[in-house]
Design a protein around this ligand. Sequence first.
Ligand SMILES: Cc1cc2nc3c(=O)[nH]c(=O)nc-3n(C[C@H](O)[C@H](O)[C@H](O)COP(=O)(O)OP(=O)(O)OC[C@H]3O[C@@H](n4cnc5c(N)ncnc54)[C@H](O)[C@@H]3O)c2cc1C
Length: 286
Amino acid sequence: MLKKLTRFYHPKTIEEACLHLGNKEHKTALIAGGTSEVLRNDNNIEALVDLSKIKELCYIRQDSAYIHIGAGTPVQDIYKSKDLKGPSGELLKAAAGKIGSTLLRNSITAAGNLAGLFPWSDLPPVYMALNAEVVCRKGKPKRTVPVQRLIDTRADKFLAEAEIISEIMIPIYGKGTGVHFAKFAKTSNDYAMISLAIRLTQKSGVIEQARVAVNAITATPTRCLEVENALIGKKGSAELFAEAANKASAGLTIRRDFRASSDYRKEVLGVMVRRGLQEAFDKAKK
Ligand SMILES: Cc1cc2nc3c(=O)[nH]c(=O)nc-3n(C[C@H](O)[C@H](O)[C@H](O)COP(=O)(O)OP(=O)(O)OC[C@H]3O[C@@H](n4cnc5c(N)ncnc54)[C@H](O)[C@@H]3O)c2cc1C
């Protein structure tokens, strides 16, 4: 609980937000959608910096190489965007639309879902499958880093003092690429037991690139490297996908809770990966 909270800042620019975050007089923290605030385990926070009034953090733009998503963009805007097209747009929209409820999606932000990394976060495996890059700003200076680095280190440890995520950059993939997203949950509003994001690129039926990333079944978003390696350079077929899917849980530490045992999740993951690979491949051939 925020028992020591005495200040609440609503900056209008990134630079102003970073100035507040860098103020050493108070123990300061950042919120975006604020949907995970109740889970924050720090009773010493005295000041909150709210990013939600910063217009320069809220956009979806596209150029010839990337989709640019402002850090503060609500995931509902991603889900409903008419501008997001192609395999990258399709994968982002599919995952964004499966996050919580409409009410929650209007608050949860593109970067909040990545920085406040939970097992049930649906966008991080998608960012990994699409090989996203993350733009971090500390006032004016900025750096761009692969999303994998941010996930491996976790945002709170990776970001420097007074540095924030300002944008997620998603590479655009063209013809020959197919994607798939699936979420396995007890109800449409419940947290995922398995989130799965797949991107395949094929040429003349031969798989050139494969990215298979999961979350929820693991504690943090993780790539299924054995599945990926089983596919590269091979001609896509139902047999190949079944063989690769058998390796889906290899090397993963599979979670269990009151929703389902790890054996059950493992069984379901294999089926999801087999079906997902086939679907992504079929789309890639169109
Ligand atoms: C009932 C419920 C159900 C949910 N269901 C799902 C679900 O099915 N799937 C799913 O993916 N998510 C779900 N969520 C959302 C998820 O649990 C997190 O609450 C959400 O992803 C956090 O996003 P936010 O924008 O609200 O970030 P906040 O809660 O505001 O912040 C989260 C963390 O990220 C940091 N942060 C935020 N933005 C930035 C930034 N730009 N730069 C640096 N650090 C930043 C904050 O400091 C904080 O530490 C659910 C949440 C609730 C309450």
